[in-house]
Each structure stands twice: as C-alpha cells, then as structure tokens.
Design a protein around this ligand. Structure first.
Ligand code: ZN
Ligand code: ZN
Length: 366
C-alpha cells in the first residue's frame, strides 16, 4: 500500500474536499501512475451528485488521467517506469465475453460490465483467489488524486507531440466522439453535423475535420458563434429556422453531444436516407418520439458509449498526427468546486484540466 491523497465528495450535496487514502501496490500486470493532469468531465458532476442513482461515497472522480509510470508489476511489458501514459473511463473488463474478445471492452457484457475508473464496481468485478475485492474497497477512486494503479492493457501511450494536459480530455471527450465516427464510417468528403458546442462538440468538430469531413456545428448559444467559426467549420444557430429547414436530408452522419434530454427530431430530418444520428451526450429519454422522419427515409437514431482501448489509442495518435486537441483551461484542484458550477451552467466550451501538482498544498496541510 502507498499513501495517496485526492479530492472526493462525501455526499450528493457536498463539495469535493481532500481525503487521504491508500492505493494498492501494483500487481504483476499493473502499473502505478503518478497523476500529472486530470480532465474534468460533465459526467464527473453527474456522478458526484448521484444523478444516475448509483454513486458510492466517498466519490473521487476523474477519468481523463495523464501521468507518469512510477512502478511496474513484474509481468508488465507494454509500459516502463518513466513513460508518459493515459487512463480513460475504464480500468478493466471481464475479458471473457464476446465484446471483450472483439476488443470492444466498452460494451463488455460480463456480470458487472467494464470496471469504471471511479465509482466502480458496485460489487467486485473480480475476486482475488482469497475472495477479497481485487480493488481493495467498495468503489474505485479516480484521477482527482496523486496516483492510480491500473492493469497495463488499460493504459494508453501518450504520443510525444501531445502536451500531457491537452491529451487528458482526449481520453474521454475525444474517444467518445471518435468511436461513433469510425463505427459509422465517416470518411473524407462526408457531411457531418455536430449538435452542441461544449467540450464534446469541440472535440467532435476537430476530429471530424481531421477525418476530412465537411463539418457543420449546431449551437443554441449566439456567443459561441465566433469561437466555432475559428475552427473553420460551418456554424448554425438552432434558432435560425430557415437555415435549419434548408438542411433537410443533407448529412451523412450526425452526432449529438447535448448532455441532457433534448429533441433530436430536427436533426433526424437533416440526415440523408439510411444515415444515422448517434447520441453520445445524453442517457435519459429523448424528447421526441416522432418516428415519421425515420420511417420515411430509413434513418436511424443510435447511441454510443465512450470507445474501446484500441480506439482510445487511435484517437490519441490521430490528434498527435493532426496537431489537434481540446481547448483547455488548466486549474489547481482547489478550484474544482467553482469549475463544476461553470460547467453546470453550460458556460464553458473548453475543458477544465486539473494540474495535480496543486495537490501538494493539501498534502502538506494533511
Ligand atoms: Zn467523461
Ligand atoms: Zn467483457
């Protein structure tokens, strides 16, 4: 065991505060990582506030982790001490089901699905031979902390040309938008529509552009128009009904990144025949039940959940190759509660990334 420190919420209504805890020593197949940066994801806030009714407290979020390998188990071959590495939303899966064999761990059908980087498992995903929970406690603790210990095959390599703080949000926001675009075969010349211009929408637009697509961004916020235009994509204000109507049946693929209940029908209307709108931001019921547009032109509304480990590596490499990444604002962890408020109000289009060096202050105080 090693001493660790991190920021956790004790209840759904409480602020994140520093707590001390212990991390297990790395097992044969695991690496220990000193966390350098951790991105702030909208789902961290949902989880902290128990908005999905499955939060175990204390809840220590963080699944956009970039850090340096500090120790490696005896069986580790993919990473070495000193390597710059990343950890996204998953740190393990059942490794036995059909999706796991197909390298789609993010759709693991094992008894407890994949093991979330934080707040997982509700029940142990795997028992060690002595019958104890392999992960040492009731729920996993994420990257708002000084260190993490993760099986090596769930650890990504951070390309040298990516700044570590920029790489962090690619591990969730990046792969969440990249995975559906590769799954539904977005290719050069395709017309791709991105709905919503927050952290996910920003990444989605950049990745679609890097794939050679012709990108249109849809936003409800007039103040974001200039920023979106700077990305070199077409921007449409959703209140501009005339333009919205003129885009009927014109997109090869659309991606909705809105993180809450919303009406997808205006966007379904914009799909070409046989094409798909993938919803990645919302897991709640969608506002529109209208099936007419779908049946008229054999269109689909689909969902997609983060991405596989292979896709996560691929999107890191794609971002490095094209010199793209999320717009970020680096904050000390002491500002995390304030940052949450800004994200909740939908005020930020960039991604907050926590500089974990700031944890030292709390370590000294502890
Ligand atoms: Zn996330
Ligand atoms: Zn599985």
């Amino acid at each position: 065991m090693t001493k660790a420190i991190g920021y956790a919420a004790q209840h759904s209504y409480s602020r994140l505060k520093p707590i001390s805890f212990e991390r297990d020593d790395p097992k044969a197949n695991e690496v220990e990582i000193e966390v350098l940066f951790c991105g702030v994801c909208h789902s961290d806030i949902h989880q902290v506030k128990n908005e999905w009714s499955n939060t175990v407290y204390p809840c220590m979020p963080g699944h956009e982790i970039v850090g340096r390998v500090t120790r490696a188990g005896t069986g580790v071959s993919r990473h070495a001490v000193g390597d710059l590495v990343g950890v996204g939303c998953m740190i393990d899966s059942c490794r036995e089901c059909e999706p796991c064999h197909a390298h789609e761990e993010n759709y693991c059908e094992g008894p407890n699905s994949w093991l979330a980087t934080y707040n997982g498992p509700m029940v142990p995903a795997k028992m060690s031979p002595d019958g104890s929970n392999m992960y040492g406690r009731d729920n996993t603790y994420g990257g708002y902390s000084s260190s993490v210990v993760v099986p090596e095959d769930f650890v990504l390599k951070i390309p040298a040309s990516l700044k570590p703080e920029v790489a962090a949000p690619i591990l969730c926001a990046g792969v969440t938008t990249y995975s559906p675009m590769t799954h539904w075969g977005v290719k050069a010349g395709d017309k791709v529509g991105i709905v919503g211009f927050g952290g996910l929408g920003d990444m989605a637009a950049k990745i679609a552009k890097a794939m050679g697509a012709e990108v249109t961004l849809f936003t409800t916020t007039a103040e974001k128009l200039d920023e979106a235009q700077r990305l070199g994509v077409t921007v449409v204000l959703q209140s501009d009904k005339k333009t919205m109507t003129s885009l009927a049946n014109s997109f090869d693929f659309m991606l909705s990144t809105i993180p809450e209940k919303h009406d997808v029908n205006p966007f379904v209307q914009m799909l070409k025949r046989d094409c798909t709108l993938a919803v990645v931001g919302a897991i709640e019921p969608l506002a529109s039940e209208n099936n007419q547009e779908r049946v008229m032109h054999r269109k689909s509304v689909a969902g997609s959940l983060i991405g596989s480990i292979a896709e996560t590596q691929a999107v890191l490499d794609l971002c490095a190759e094209h010199g793209i990444g999320p717009d970020i604002q680096v904050i000390p962890i002491q500002e995390i509660n304030k940052a949450y408020k800004h994200v909740e109000k939908g005020e930020v289009r960039f991604r907050y990334v926590i500089d974990m060096a700031s944890l030292k202050q709390d370590e000294e105080a502890a």
